[in-house]
Design a binder for this molecule. Sequence first.
Ligand SMILES: Nc1ncnc2c1ncn2[C@@H]1O[C@H](COP(=O)(O)OP(=O)(O)O)[C@@H](O)[C@H]1O
Ligand SMILES: N[C@@H](CC(=O)OP(=O)(O)O)C(=O)O
Length: 443
Amino acid sequence: MTPRRAPGRRPLVLKFGGSAFADLDGYHRVARYAVRRSAEEERPLVVVVSAMSGTTGRLQQTLDALAADPPASAAAMLLTTGETVSVALLTAALDARGVAAHPIPAAGTGLLAEGPPDRATVTSADATALSRALADGRIAVVPGGQAVDARGRTVMLGRNSSDLSAVATAAMLGADTCELFSDVPGVCTADPYLVPEARTLSRISYEGVRRMSRHGAKVVHEGAVRWAERAGVRVWCRPFPWGEGEGADIGVGERLRTEPEGRTEPGEGGVAGDRAVEGERAEGGEPRAVGTVVGAGPEAAAVVVHQGSDVWSFRSGRERRAVAGRLRAEGLPVTEFDTAGEICLTVPTGARGAARHLNGGRRLDDLCLVTALRADGRADHLAVPRSEAAAEARRRHAALYPSVGGATAQPAAPPVKARSPHSDVLVGSGPASASAPDDKRVD
Ligand SMILES: Nc1ncnc2c1ncn2[C@@H]1O[C@H](COP(=O)(O)OP(=O)(O)O)[C@@H](O)[C@H]1O
Ligand SMILES: N[C@@H](CC(=O)OP(=O)(O)O)C(=O)O
């Protein structure tokens, strides 16, 4: 899977996750930002986009309400539509600013994949089509999570795979950095939506962030980290929006960024106070949040809450190992752990393809796994009632970072995650299924 690289100036690859499109204005904000970066940097610009927040989950629920085990090809066709919508809307928003862009279809991404069409694996990347599109100086707007198979059909690279598309595109085009914009200040020592005291890491190794995503932190797609490491692409996780002019939302990233700097533990390399994170300044004195650079850097202690996963219990370690192996073969992230005499594993809630492997297991309703990842590589797991997961995460975070504290402090009102009211645009606003899981947290 060595990417065939494009000659010429190194392009800039920016990826905007669903959180950037929590409202329609998000497309205008991203367009404004993309135009500014394009003018500043004078190099080819690729913008990789995700579906509006909530969209892919709604589509999945709709499919689940319709059929118990729909064909993977139908799932791929449906679940990739959210990104196609985003490509069209961002192209329109750019056009409204007088900037012509190329809306790129799956076949134009240059990513070739094989395997089940709803969670295909990228096997090669050919820059020819995208380089041709970029040659006229226009911005290319690329759908995240999409590729084509050997027969030219659009396939999906699995859930949350826009990061993977962005990094694979950067590798293919010879870019040395890929910028991933999200609604958090960067990679933090815990999900800042749950642990307000979490600090932003200025740097972390590929293995450090991969360990976090392998344990269920949704912060960067594990496959994206693998691609980045192999191709030597630095991944820069950055907050968006932050100070994008009038009308910009103040997201959790902005709120955390302005909190006083916290002291950090000696020996917990790579942890930056928020002041350090915003240290870089663009010309004209505008503060530029630097977020987290994933590449060369230390591993870091962190707390992971497996919010989007179910806990299953098995009769023996052998049975669990066999099930875990089959789930991993489906490309699903699984954590095996023992708690209160139970032999358990976690599996993403509502994951396509999981149900058929879980026979013999028993779902422990309402349990949520909290994992403390130590800097030395050890992981401590504890399953707690869902309602106590955030408090447990704060306690564990305080144990890892005693000087940051916070476990006993009254929690600030948790920031509310944005979900686009337009995420129903494709499927209507009625409940798709009373019991279907959402792709986001249950707050
Ligand atoms: N350690 C962590 N640091 C930062 N964010 C985290 C962490 N763990 C989990 N997250 C979650 O990851 C989310 C960002 O990933 P994602 O939902 O894919 O964003 P986007 O929609 O912008 O792509 C954050 O909103 C946050 O809730
Ligand atoms: N369609 C993807 C989109 C994605 O990767 O979203 P985000 O970049 O917001 O995590 C999903 O599974 O939800």
